[in-house]
Design a protein around this ligand. Structure first.
Ligand SMILES: C[S@@+](CC[C@H](N)C(=O)[O-])C[C@H]1O[C@@H](n2cnc3c(N)ncnc32)[C@H](O)[C@@H]1O
Length: 563
């Protein structure tokens, strides 16, 4: 039996590898660090292999295949423009036929190396388990062809990574992401990403509105019947839709919110309904309903007790990802949060991957309880979120989420049960202590902080929809900034105290020392005013860990009555 036939047989077995693989297929292909590590490792091996092969084969034969980076880029572009199969059946059929074509062409000599590799590459693009497939290719596809497949894979990954900010944010939002150099109080130059205006705005103008990717009510409001669990809107008792079966006691303001919540996270996390549509359900083992309910109840009890919102944002993001993959599988719905990004090539995964995050150590039980919920809903799904991945996702939500303050916020939010340094902080101009819930937004997560901001976040529609309003006249190309914390100088508060309060809050929540003009000017003023030490220790820090140390020492000094 030829090695090529072996490829077909091995692949036929793998092609029915199971639905759970398919569900997070795209996710793995794009974001799995192990996959990428393996790719790099494979590439090294392949480069070595190719070098040896090249020595063996006549240079004429290699040249005959006509392969160079430019021709590969051109071929890649053409493949991208081709229609991709959408349903599972179509994918399977497309996959098998491309492998078949690749095998045929591979026997035709060096002149056909490139077309053969292109077919194998097409098959790889739609295969649910790319790592396994590459390993099979490595054993069964002739080395020069395999080398081309790997080169195509690397070029594909590289160009996707580089092209992201050409498509994001969508043009309709009038903003773009830019890298800007900033100088801190010590004169150090740093670079950071920020949002800039793509046209002029007058003070008071609406710059854009943005729906959250995921949002969650504060724990004390969840299930109380006063706010919608999906859009966070305040609701009248008469209009409340109670989801009786929800283990999270969710309530909704409308049928629409209920339906969206159900498809995005309720089904997976807080219900006993099947996660897979009936057409696919036959392919997964039966789940134990009682065990599923217990897992959900334990998880809900935990998140209510911890009163932090980031764990639920992570869980809901997972729900959303499962829904997106399911929709793709079913080809039943085109809904994807990334549709706004303006290119089918990019999705929410690409966005999440690029976000910076806080390094956090999640409570041990938090990840275990969520894993159990996933496992009980769809065995195998828990593997989707490793310890490391969970910590990163949690750090991303903690670093990037906004506090939703409808109508200026509320006065009855329970005080945090955590130590100040462990209390969760969201970017909320009214202060996290007055918010109704937390939400994560794709575009707004790039808004930087300024103590005299150029824009302001508002929730005008009374829901978690974020509106960015110009606080002053803004010129095209100018950085858009908001306040992450309350930057007002309270009545009776000295300038130095107000400055220190907001900077400590920024350092605790986001581990940075604010470099804005107001902070710099005030520092100079305070220095000039008094010969006393005006530095709070927070302003001199260059990296997160040092900022944290400064905060600690600041707190100790505060406790000791030194400041
Ligand atoms: C909350 S993060 C999110 C940024 C973006 N989503 C990302 O992932 O790259 C914003 C970061 O920009 C930097 N930054 C924002 N405003 C700043 C300011 N006024 N002074 C210094 N650094 C600032 C800090 O490092 C801060 O943590």
């Amino acid at each position: 039996m030829s090695s090529y036939k072996a490829t077909t047989i091995a692949l036929s077995v793998l092609a029915v590898a199971g639905i759970s693989y398919a569900v997070y297929f795209d996710y793995k292909r794009r974001n799995d660090a192990t996959f990428r590590r393996k790719l790099r490792k494979e590439k090294k091996k392949v480069d070595k292999n190719v070098a040896q092969t090249k020595e063996r084969e006549s240079s004429d034969a290699v040249a005959a295949s006509g392969v160079n980076t430019e021709s590969l880029k051109e071929a890649l572009q053409k493949i991208r423009e081709e229609d991709s199969p959408t349903t599972t059946d179509e994918r399977e059929h497309y996959f098998m036929s491309q492998v078949g074509i690749g095998e045929q062409l591979a026997t035709q000599g060096p002149a056909y190396h490139l077309p053969a590799a292109l077919s194998f590459f097409r098959a790889l693009r739609v295969y649910p388990a790319p790592v396994e497939l590459i390993m099979i290719y490595q054993k069964t596809v002739p080395p020069p062809i395999f080398a081309i497949v790997m080169e195509l894979t690397n070029l594909d990954a590289k160009s996707r990574a580089e092209g992201y900010f050409d498509h994001f944010p969508p043009a309709s939002m009038n903003v773009s992401v830019d890298s800007r150099k900033v100088v801190d109080v010590k004169g150090n130059v740093m670079e950071r990403k920020c949002l800039v205006a793509k046209k002029d705005f007058a003070a008071g103008d609406l710059i854009y509105t943005e729906e959250p990717v995921v949002a969650t009510l504060d724990a004390d409001l969840e299930g109380k019947g006063t706010h919608c669990s999906y859009c966070l809107r305040a609701i009248q008792e008469a209009t409340v839709i109670v989801s009786e079966a929800s283990t999270h006691t969710s309530v909704f303001c409308s049928k629409e919110c209920q339906v969206k919540a159900k498809s995005q996270f309720e089904t997976l996390l807080f219900s006993l309904d099947p996660v897979l549509p009936s057409q696919l359900a036959t392919q997964t083992p039966e789940t134990d309903q009682e065990a599923r309910k217990i897992a959900q109840t334990e998880y809900v009890d935990y998140v209510k007790k911890t009163t932090k919102n980031a764990p639920l944002l992570v869980a809901k993001l997972l729900g959303l990802q499962v829904e997106v993959e399911m929709s793709k599988l079913m080809a039943a719905s085109k809904r994807e949060p990334s549709a706004e990004i303006g290119s089918e090539d990019y999705s929410i995964y690409d966005h999440l991957e690029r976000l910076r995050y806080l390094e956090v150590v999640p409570a041990d039980e938090e990840h275990k309880l969520l894993s159990k919920v996933l496992e009980q809903a769809m065995p195998g799904l828990e593997q989707f979120i490793t310890d490391e991945r969970y910590a990163v996702m949690l750090g991303k939500m903690m670093y990037n989420s906004f506090g939703v303050c409808v109508g200026g916020g509320r006065d009855d939010r329970p005080a945090s049960i955590h130590r100040p340094e462990d209390s969760e902080r969201t970017r909320a101009s009214c202060g996290t202590s007055r918010q109704h819930g937390s939400a994560f937004y794709q575009v707004s997560s790039y808004l930087t902080h300024n103590c005299t901001p150029s824009a302001q976040v508002a929730f005008q529609s009374g829901t978690s929809e974020l509106a960015l309003l110009a606080s002053k006249d803004i010129k095209e190309g100018e950085e858009l900034t908001v306040t992450y914390v309350d930057v007002t100088q309270h009545e009776g508060e000295a300038l130095a105290d107000a400055r220190r309060r907001r900077r400590v809050e920024l350092a605790r929540g986001w581990r940075f020392a604010c470099t804005c003009q107001r902070c710099i000017v005030e520092a100079r003023e305070l220095e000039a005013e008094s010969s006393e030490q005006t530095d709070d220790g927070v302003g001199q820090m260059e990296d997160g860990s040092k900022v944290e140390k400064a905060v600690e020492s600041f707190e100790q000094r505060q406790k000791g009555g030194l400041i």
